[in-house]
Design a binder for this molecule. Structure first.
Ligand SMILES: [Zn+2]
Ligand SMILES: [Zn+2]
Length: 648
């Protein structure tokens, strides 16, 4: 598990850069001088060294402003699993209101807000501002259950959960019983902190997700009103809240969407959203999310603060989960559970696509017999399944359409071709150049029963422009001759059990293999005798070869699953940290699997990065690395899946 540190800085921009260069990541920014960073597991062994940071430190060394001090206290209590006291990120981010006067990041943000405000106002004056929020249909239960539960089309302000995300927890305190006391405010603040930390730390590293907290404590005087539909219930407190946000504005905010857009534009954050916490009557409890693609304008969630959150928050992370769940809705994730309706019916979740990239909702309980724990379901688990990840704009895995099933091996030489072997020992090929989907490899005469394939580009053209090797059921290596469409045996039966080929160009290629005794052998490049293979040591579980212009790069998996690299005619371990069950190198980029999950090797930091999401398919047996953006995998169930890289 990653570790989290609370750090202090007087130069956030440089501190952020420094943290990233040290393989850490800022997960939450609480003020201009306080932030949370996720740091590598063993700082001492990696490049990350807290003591040597120049732009931030674990103690402030300077006076903290009120917001910074409160968030610091809240964070430390949270870290001690006590949750918080006196911890709300209380800050009214209205221009010129309540800000530190010393120059700093927040002060700059306030300036930006002011200019964004003016921009918005000028747009409003010129009539070009398109921030019209359409209220959901009145007295229609499908507002919550049909319109956006099944397929969420997030607005532009929360299209993808990537980059810097401004999160504003707006705590709406009304008169009498509708007021929040400090304890409740602290509970909300602490749970929001947990939810944001979870999402930021569980996100794809490529998403560079960082939450920028700008909370608003709002006090209104509107009394409670009986209501029977979502829109009417919301209007009771929403209109006074909009008035609160509009203080000092020449043209008041008319909609929540305008406030969200103002937050986004004013802060310079990539995306922004609001979660309202209130105690007013709400026909949907505990929470609902408002998104509306047609108007491209909504993008907020409303949570009614219920007593049971207070009862449960410390044990099953209920409020944390609700905050994270609604946040995912705002960014495009669909629900995965069925809801009993008051009329006795059931509103089923949908398998249809959701989110900006229209990713299918295959973990909906209606769509799979192998439903996995996901926070878009009703269970307490703070986990996010493969499909939900794709819906909110993170990398995910998708089954390859039309691929043969019951596969036992795959190899992807580049982005143009896929080879695979099925359980009947037949080799299949998909080629962008040939088209027409997966086809059996064209083979004449004595077709051997193959259990493994390994392919590398050789750039020679022809129908199979690859160095393509296979292993027979008898462990014998074969090489495919694309001129004659035959498999040529390369040496006697050698009982090899794993084979790996790589090439840099048509003049250079390399073939390595392992046998059941764990010996690794390298092919000399010609000949069909055992003596054409040079053997190195033993006790290895696998081998993979990549090639750069400078020569081959060979990794082996040792008995303890540690990875060794080939240097000076021997394998040296611990150069590549971590343990893997299988590896696949392309050039010098390594991917691997461990306990059914996929990992990617990071050259710069000498460590493996977990690629979340794959277990949705029952675990990954092997990964095939065809280069950046072209990574495929073989599931434990013999299916071919592709790692889909989300982009901005
Ligand atoms: Zn939901
Ligand atoms: Zn899910």
């Amino acid at each position: 598990m990653p570790q989290f540190e609370l750090l202090f800085t007087q130069d956030f921009a440089n501190a952020n850069t420094e943290i990233e260069q040290s393989d850490g990541r800022v997960t939450q920014q609480f003020s201009d001088s306080v932030f949370e960073a996720m740091v590598p597991e063993s700082p001492a062994a990696k490049r990350f060294d807290l003591a040597s940071l120049k732009y931030s430190s674990t103690v402030p060394g300077f006076a903290l402003d009120e917001t910074s001090q409160r968030m610091t206290n809240a964070w430390r209590k949270l870290q001690n699993k006590e949750r918080s006291d006196g911890s709300d990120a209380v800050e009214r981010l209205l221009p010129n209101a309540g800000h530190s006067h010393k120059p700093g990041f927040r002060a700059q943000i306030a300036q930006v807000f002011t200019s964004a405000w003016r921009k918005l106002q000028s747009k409003e004056r010129s009539g070009n501002f398109d921030g019209v929020e359409r209220l959901p249909p009145n007295s229609d239960h499908s507002f919550k259950l049909g319109a956006f539960r099944a397929q969420v089309k997030p607005p532009a302000t929360s299209k993808k959960m990537r980059g810097s995300v401004l999160m504003s927890a707006v705590i709406v305190s009304g008169p009498g019983d509708l007021a929040f006391d400090q304890d409740e405010v602290d509970i909300i603040s602490g749970n929001v902190m947990w939810a944001c930390r979870y999402l930021a730390s569980f996100a794809d590293p490529e998403a560079k997700l960082r939450f920028f907290r700008v909370d608003a404590p709002v006090t209104i005087t509107a009394p409670s009103e009986a209501c029977t539909n979502v829109a009417d219930c919301e209007r009771v407190w929403r209109e006074p809240v909009l008035s609160w946000f509009s203080q000092g504005r020449r043209v008041p905010f008319k909609t929540v969407a305008e406030v969200v857009q103002w937050y986004q534009k004013g802060s310079g954050a990539d995306y922004a959203y609001i979660i309202f916490f209130h105690k007013y009557p709400q026909v949907i409890t505990p929470a609902y999310t408002a998104v509306d693609n047609a108007n491209n304008g909504l993008g907020y969630a409303c949570l009614k603060y219920e007593y049971w959150w207070k009862v449960h928050y410390g044990t099953v992370l209920t409020l944390t989960k609700v905050v994270a769940h609604e946040t995912c809705h705002v960014f495009g994730a669909a629900d995965e559970y069925n809801i009993p309706l008051p009329n006795g019916g059931i509103q089923k979740c949908s398998c249809a696509g959701s989110g900006a990239s229209d990713v299918p909702n295959k973990n909906c309980v209606e769509c799979t017999p192998q439903h996995v724990a996901c926070m878009m379901d009703v269970g307490p688990e703070l986990n996010l399944c493969n499909w939900s990840r794709g819906q909110i704009g993170w990398n995910y895995w998708n089954e390859v359409d039309g691929a043969p099933t019951s596969l036992i091996d795959i190899s992807v030489p580049d982005d143009l071709t896929i080879f695979c072997v099925d359980s009947s020992n037949v080799v299949w090929m998909w080629s962008y150049m040939i088209g027409g989907g997966f086809k059996k490899l064209n083979v004449k005469d004595n077709v051997p029963s193959l259990v493994k394939v390994s392919a590398a580009p050789n750039f020679k053209g022809g129908d199979v422009p690859y160095h393509l090797w296979g292993l027979g059921t008898n462990g014998r290596p074969y090489r495919y001759d694309s001129q004659s469409s035959t498999w040529e045996p390369q040496s006697a039966v050698l009982n090899f059990w794993h084979i790996s080929v790589a090439s840099y160009d048509e003049k250079q290629w390399a073939m390595w293999a392992t046998d059941p005794n764990g010996y690794i052998s390298r092919y000399s490049g010609s000949g069909t005798e055992r003596s054409d293979w040079t053997t190195f040591g033993g006790q290895y579980l696998g081998v993979s070869v990549g090639m750069e212009q400078a020569g081959t790069i060979v990794w082996a998996i040792g008995q303890n699953h540690k990875i060794g690299t080939f240097l000076d005619d021997a394998f040296t371990f611990d150069i590549v940290n971590g343990q893997m069950d299988s590896i696949d190198l392309r050039r010098d980029m390594g991917w691997g699997t461990s306990k059914g999950e996929v990992h990617r090797y990071l050259n710069a930091s000498n460590k493996w990065q977990l690629i979340h999401g794959a277990p949705t398919f029952g675990g990954i047996a092997k990964v095939a690395n065809g280069g950046d953006g072209h990574v495929y995998a073989l599931t434990g169930a013999g299916k071919l899946v592709r790692h889909i890289v989300a982009t901005n």
